[in-house]
Design a protein around this ligand. Structure first.
Ligand SMILES: *Cc1c(COP(=O)(O)O)cnc(C)c1O
Length: 470
């Protein structure tokens, strides 16, 4: 029997049993199948049951959790190279346990100022690292999408004001889908979103962007938001940020940089070079739940003009009148959609302070090296083509056939087959996308548990599969 309020012995007992589950889980990661949802139906059926009236048994319930977590894509392990996955640090989970157990409210600074300071310290450190002015503000969000909502609201408020039906925003075909989704949420209709052409390297063409902006302005519209990618989801392409920042400045547009995947590579030298110009953003989104190996639900938004973000979200509420304003620290409720929110600061603060930044820089450098290695190794395989050299840690490739004049349909089915064969190995899981209308496979080397041995194995699996197809 476990009462709602356990005594000290029960607290330790429960945590110990949960820690056992975690230790077993972590020990099993290297050998875990890369993707296993086979025969999940009976478990799904079982877990859709309503909660019982009477108490259940802790061990049995924990076993059900283990079984449920096992029927999944192994998003925590060394085999995960699909989409964009960062793994999840054990130390962040420990921090999360403490955060959840202490139940502090961090929507308003006055209720837990020192915990708010932890979150704020991370935002200030990131702002400084990335070269944003110290006047910038932001918050930890649930992810890149929510950060984009804050950024677009600030842009809309600042550049359009009350009337929004003549505003125009600019993206590319490679821009993450959250931009179009968020544009809709902040009130733009589809015709208010322009898709700027990209060059052959999949980066936004600044001259084309400027021409579209000028044409829209001449037509009486109000161009207001230019969205650049600091690392696209498809291939990790970095838009020409300095040129786009210039263009935005010349035409009075808000310059938003989507660094959800790539922005945190700024922490290492090679990344800094590739991401030059990111510091000119009016707003910037980062995803520590990708590129700093944090738990899902950890994003960042930073906005250069604090007043713009505040204007977009602050409201007066009589029921909050007892709470002192502590001007040294922001009330996050005034800077985003959430009032009641989870405290996201400690889950980042503990790993960053405990491991030190060098450990994170080393790991990010390792991922850049791994991408370079995989690119070279796959390039040596005659049956594959790799049209884009990785700028960050994503390696895109596709089956090219062997010069027999293979048609588009044949290439399509060959790439489907290649994907199927690679993932059937259960040692590596990769994903596909569509670029220039063609099916393209990609390896995203980002998770902290992905190391050289597994990437070597992945290369081997891919080349073997490619040869089997021809
Ligand atoms: C993942 C991603 C997003 C969306 O972020 P979420 O954290 O999934 O909401 C936006 N942009 C890019 C480039 C991404 O990779």
């Amino acid at each position: 029997m476990w009462p709602l309020e356990p005594g000290r012995d029960d607290v330790l007992e429960m945590a110990g049993r949960a820690a056992d589950v975690v230790a077993d889980f972590l020990a099993g990661l290297p050998e875990a199948p890369a993707f296993d949802t086979a025969d999940a139906e009976s478990l799904v059926e079982q877990l859709l049951r309503a909660p019982p009236d009477q108490p259940g048994g802790l061990d049995g319930l924990l076993q059900e959790f283990r079984a449920a977590a096992a029927k999944a894509a192994e998003t925590a392990g060394p085999s995960y190279m699909a989409y964009i996955g960062g793994g999840d640090l054990y130390t962040a989970a420990v921090a999360e346990f403490l955060t959840r157990a202490t139940h502090r409210f961090t929507g308003l600074a006055g209720l837990a100022p020192a915990l708010v300071a932890m979150e704020e310290s991370i935002l200030r450190w990131l702002g400084l690292e990335l070269g944003l002015p110290s006047s910038s503000v932001g918050q930890l969000t649930t992810g890149g999408s929510m950060g984009t909502l804050s950024a677009f609201m600030a842009a809309r408020e600042d550049r359009l004001g009350e009337r929004i039906d003549d505003g125009v925003a600019y993206i590319t075909e490679q821009t993450h889908g959250c931009a179009a989704k968020t544009a809709r949420i902040v009130g733009l209709r589809p015709h208010q979103l322009r898709v700027v052409p990209t060059s052959a390297d999949l980066r936004m063409d600044p001259a084309a962007a400027e021409a579209m902006i000028a044409a829209d302005r001449a037509a009486g519209l109000r161009p207001f938001l230019l969205v650049a990618s600091a690392g696209t989801t498809n291939t990790g392409a970095v838009d020409p940020l300095p040129d786009l920042a210039d263009a935005a400045e010349r035409h009075g547009l808000w310059f938003h940089v989507d660094g959800a995947y790539g922005g945190l590579f700024h922490l290492v030298e090679r990344g800094r070079e590739r991401l030059a110009g990111m510091n000119r953003a009016d707003s910037l989104v980062l995803d520590p739940h990708k590129t700093l190996f944090m738990p899902y639900g950890t994003g960042v938004v930073l906005v250069r003009d604090a007043a713009a973000l505040r204007r977009a979200f602050a409201v007066d509420a009589d029921y909050l009148q007892d709470l002192d304003d502590d001007r040294a620290l922001p009330d996050y409720a005034d800077l985003g959609l959430e009032l009641t929110r989870e405290h996201r600061g400690f889950r980042m603060w503990l790993p960053l302070h405990l491991h030190g930044l060098a450990a994170f820089r080393d790991t990010l450098n390792e991922k850049l090296d791994l991408a370079e290695y995989a690119y070279k190794a796959l390039s040596g395989e005659p049956g594959l083509e790799l049209p884009w050299r990785p700028e960050l840690s994503i390696v895109a490739f596709r089956w090219r056939g062997l010069g027999r004049g293979d048609g588009a349909a044949e290439a399509e089915s060959a790439n489907q087959e290649l994907l199927r064969r690679v993932n059937a190995s259960q040692r590596v899981h990769i994903s596909s996308t569509r670029i220039d209308g063609r099916l393209t496979l990609r390896l995203c080397l980002l998770a902290h548990r992905v190391h050289h041995d597994r990437v070597e194995e992945a290369v081997d699996i891919i080349t073997t599969a490619a040869r089997a197809i021809r």
